[in-house]
Design a protein around this ligand. Structure first.
Ligand code: GLN
Length: 451
């Protein structure tokens, strides 16, 4: 049924870069056969899922939305991919994304933009717009995204779906193509809080293949999602994330959600996190710096595209020609910014300062979590904007992640879930919940309460 749905609507939405029809059917049949033999089934047996094209899939193309990896077939599965298979999930295919996960609209994909199912003239968010659009258009009930600065939560917000960035280190990064290694985190996307929790439990947990993976039990996310009791829970409203400059309908739905939490027995406290005003600036130094280092591996020798390999060019020229042809403008911009910020003479002024700001943001969170159990804010300042509106204005695009970036810089867990439609445009609004590291279960408790 989901393959038929993809066939019927994805021409318009463009959520998938690759539909693995044969592979999906084979897996579904294998699950049926297992059931017929009376074997024990995985926890999500037979449930279809849309996988962001940033996770390696053995034998199935993985492009990261880039021309530079066109035609590359990975020889191995990412840990997330492997765990999905072990849970008997049916992976339908790979979803569209901003190239190398750099963007907030999926317009930076080398394979054309994804469209928001709520209004096909608008963006579905990014970088994981393919995954969220697949959920919103009922092409898949579950999806996987990655969140470096908001790429799970912002697409969830603008498509009316649920997205969770687990605690940094909570889900393995092995086989997840690196953008900014100290920020990147894979996580679950779904249409309900409980669905997201069930998926979270399957993909999370220690992995010896990722040195930053946390060796501790997965927080009890499913139990929390089933419970949803917020009686006596202390909820902090972040003063710096909201108010002036935010769309009126977004603020209205956010305020209503806070009121609902109060009615359900939560204690509401206003919290100030003064360093959050510097988060965006710090992020746009740290993320490009790490990207400039990570993307050095795309040298035309190891993977995918190779241009100028005709006997008339040196190895260095082949690398250069391949990068020129294979990377899009936003990726080139970030590599240049990052290389500059890391260069000797500028390192302390830019990268060093950004790391100090990162520490201040972490301290703001630590102080806040001394007073409250979770923090809340709108996920995004506005609802989905029209395709093309911010495409030529990187600064305007970067503002889409104003509220989501602080949690990445500190490594905390955070969720976005739908909290109604903005009255002025009828488009979905997202509520963001942030919890301390390894307290991911609190997101699901609060999410289940307001859902
Ligand atoms: N939009 C942000 C960026 O462009 C975040 C992307 C992400 O989380 N992968 O960097």
């Amino acid at each position: 049924a989901h393959l038929a749905r993809i066939e019927a609507v994805d021409e318009k939405v463009n959520a998938f870069l690759h539909v693995d029809r044969e592979g999906a059917l084979a897996r579904a049949r294998a699950v049926d056969a297992k059931r017929a033999r009376g074997e024990e089934l995985g926890p999500l047996a037979g449930v279809p899922l849309a996988l962001k094209d940033i996770f390696t899939t053995e034998g199935v193309p993985t492009t990261v939305g880039s021309k530079i990896l066109e035609g590359w077939i990975p020889p191995y599965d990412a840990t997330v991919t492997r765990r999905l298979k072990d849970a008997d999930v049916v992976v339908l295919g790979k979803t569209n994304m901003d190239e190398f996960a750099m963007g907030s609209s999926t317009e930076n994909s080398a394979y054309g933009p994804t469209r928001n199912p709520w209004d096909l003239t608008r963006i579905p968010g990014g970088s994981g717009g393919g995954s969220s659009a697949a959920l919103a258009s009922h092409q898949a009930p579950l999806a996987i995204g990655t969140d470096t600065g908001g790429s799970i939560r912002q697409p969830a917000a603008v498509t009316g779906t649920v997205g969770v960035k687990p605690t940094y280190g909570g889900v393995s990064r092995y086989g997840m193509v690196a953008f900014s290694s100290s920020l990147d985190q894979g996580g679950p996307c779904a249409r309900t809080v409980l669905d997201a929790a069930l998926l979270h439990e399957v993909i999370a947990g220690h992995d010896p293949m990722d040195s930053t993976s946390i060796d501790a039990p997965v927080p009890p996310v499913v139990a929390a999602a089933r419970d949803g009791n917020v009686q006596g829970l202390r909820v902090g409203v972040v003063k710096e994330l909201g108010g002036e400059g935010y769309q009126a309908g977004v603020m209205r739905r956010f305020t209503e959600s806070v009121e609902l939490l109060r009615e359900l027995g939560a204690e509401i406290v206003e919290i100030s996190c003064p360093s959050f005003d510097r988060a965006l600036a710090a992020y746009y130094l740290i993320a490009p710096s790490e990207c400039s280092s990570n993307l050095a591996r795309f040298d035309a020798m190891r993977y995918g595209l190779r241009v100028g390999d005709d006997g008339g060019h040196s190895a260095e020229e082949v690398t250069s020609l391949t990068r020129e042809a294979g990377f899009g403008p936003e990726v080139k911009r970030r590599i240049m910014l990052g290389t500059y910020a890391l260069s000797s003479g500028y390192y302390d002024a830019y990268y060093g300062s950004a790391q100090k700001v990162r520490t201040l943001i972490k301290r703001d969170f630590d102080a806040a979590f001394g007073k409250v159990d979770v923090l809340v804010s709108p996920t995004t300042p506005t609802t989905a904007f029209p395709i093309g509106e911010r495409a030529d204005d990187p600064m305007a695009m970067y503002l889409a992640d104003l509220c989501t970036i602080p949690a990445n810089l500190a490594g905390n867990a955070a969720m976005s879930l739908p909290c109604g439609l903005a009255p002025e445009d009828g488009l979905p609004v997202g509520l963001q919940i942030i919890a301390p590291a390894m307290a991911d279960d609190r997101l699901y408790r609060v999410g289940a309460a307001v859902e």
